[in-house]
Design a protein around this ligand. Structure first.
Ligand code: TYD
Ligand code: MG
Length: 467
């Protein structure tokens, strides 16, 4: 029998040491080295797999049916979940406090026709939840409501409800498992509680919603541990100052990610927004400089949003850059391309960029719309009325093709837009697929310089073209 000896293993990069040390030489992290009992080398002639049970391999093709889905009656929520709730799955709903997570899930519970739902609150008292239900007109819905925080009790209760279809835990940070010493809300507690609850959901076959609060840094408290444990992660986002709320799928084992659902917070709870583009453009004032309509895609849906820019001479040494709803790094890249490739002088200006309506855009396809908004703000010339813009900008200033061109143009047409600035169709197959776009006149943009000239800005040079 080989002797067991202890080794010290870094939990970050798996480097092994013969004695403990504070810092791992392999990855440079501190306090990641933990003692693990390791078995010595196997005796001569012994194979590692001896005595193991054979596992059965199967082909990729099988008889697995698509999982049955249960509709919550809230169309936007169902779509973000991939078409409804899957039995036995765990869904994490994250968001800032007060954004409307409890309201959404209470409405979902009440909307589940002919299903058995349990709503367990660890944050609010029974009376508070009842008051809200009464205000939303949902108090007659057959929801099993309880206020509890001890996971042992909750698991025992859920196990005694064999016909349960959906359970909501609001929130996972208030739950505690008495097997763990640390306080509720700590990583160990959150992980242990979530594990226990997910296990019971899988055993009993009900869909489990876990509500999770987001930290100031914008991640779910309990450093991302929960995201790995659940099947679906939804973020409920929005600006407290706006009434719009966006439910975004960032992970989904049973459906597409990056799908969004749009809601409006009213005094009668959350209302679904069937046509988000119309909503995001509702307050747009035409014919002003610095405003550009971007034809974007969120998940499987086209969404038109207004991008606003303000360019003003800086009064300090270093110009200010402020962005709401887009990526700061991406803005810096677009301004650098405009400066270096088209000679547009933005360097001594403060730049403010805002995506109207509180939406956060993640697509690179917004580059061209941002460039158009910036150029329009700089020149004081409005972007042509009734035009939408999209396209990705490369570092040499070239405008690259983006996915779902037709879908973007169709949505723009539906909302009454007549023109578009879009990347050139690149390959022959694209051209074949690109059907004539009826009422929309598309202007092909191959290089950012093409839109710079539209605004009458004379950059003076365009590098890389032989000057
Ligand atoms: P809540 O669902 O409690 O947020 P969370 O669970 O994410 O912390 O939502 C609270 C906010 O929503 C609160 O600021 C009031 C607002 N609200 C409405 O505007 N209308 C309503 O009908 C309800 C129920 C809440
Ligand atoms: Mg709440």
């Amino acid at each position: 029998m080989a002797k067991t000896k202890a080794t010290f293993v870094c939990q970050g990069c798996a480097a092994t040491y013969t004695k403990w040390q504070g810092k791992c030489d392999g990855c440079g992290e501190w306090n990641t080295i933990v003692e693990e009992a390791a078995r010595g080398p196997l005796p001569k002639g012994a194979t590692g797999g001896k005595g193991g049970r054979k596992i059965a391999f199967v082909g990729l093709r099988g008889q697995t049916a698509a999982p049955p889905r249960r509709k919550t009656g809230i169309g936007e929520l169902d779509r973000v979940c991939g078409g409804g709730l899957v039995a036995g799955s765990a869904i994490l709903v994250g968001g800032d406090p007060g954004i409307g997570k409890s309201t959404l899930l209470l409405q979902a519970c009440a909307g589940l026709a002919k299903a058995s739902c349990a709503y367990i609150t660890g944050e609010e008292a029974i009376d508070q939840v009842r008051l809200r239900a009464a205000r939303l007109g949902l108090d007659s819905a057959p929801v099993h409501l309880a206020a509890a925080t001890n996971v042992r009790d909750i698991v025992a209760s859920l196990e005694s409800m064999p016909t349960l279809d959906v359970a909501v835990i609001d929130s996972i940070q208030t739950m505690y498992a008495d097997t763990v010493d640390s306080a509720p809300g700590t990583v160990t507690q959150v992980r242990t509680c979530a594990h226990e609850l997910i296990q019971v959901a899988k055993r009993q076959g009900f869909a489990l919603f876990l509500v999770g609060h987001v930290t100031k840094e914008g991640t779910l408290a309990g450093p991302r541990v929960l995201e790995h444990m659940v099947d679906t992660v939804l973020y409920f986002e929005g600006d407290r100052g706006h009434q719009f709320r966006i439910l975004r799928a960032v992970k989904n084992r049973f459906g597409p990610t990056d799908e969004i659902g749009v809601f409006e917070m009213t005094d009668m709870g959350l209302r679904e927004v069937a046509n988000p583009s119309a909503l995001f453009l509702a307050e747009r004032r035409g014919n002003v400089s610095g405003s550009c309509v971007f034809a974007g895609i969120e998940g499987t849906r086209p969404v038109l949003v207004e991008i606003q820019a303000l360019v003003a001479p800086t009064s300090f040494g270093t110009p200010r850059r402020a962005v709401v709803g887009w990526d700061m790094g991406r803005l810096n890249m677009v301004t650098a391309v405009l400066e270096a490739r088209c000679g547009v002088a933005l360097g001594s200006n403060d730049i403010y960029l805002n995506v109207a309506g509180g939406l956060r855009i993640q697509e690179p396809a917004a580059d061209l719309a941002v460039a158009a908004a910036l150029l329009s703000a700089l020149s004081g010339e409005p972007v042509p009325a009734e035009a939408v813009v999209f396209g990705e900008i490369g570092l040499s200033g070239e405008v690259r093709a983006v996915a779902q061109r037709d879908m973007r143009l169709k949505e723009a047409g539906k909302l009454g837009f007549k023109r578009a600035w879009a990347p050139k169709l690149s390959s022959a197959s694209d051209k074949r697929a690109g059907k004539p776009n009826g009422e929309i006149a598309v202007k092909d943009i191959g290089h950012v310089q093409d839109i710079v000239t539209q605004f009458g800005i004379d950059g003076g040079f365009r590098s890389g073209t032989g000057h």
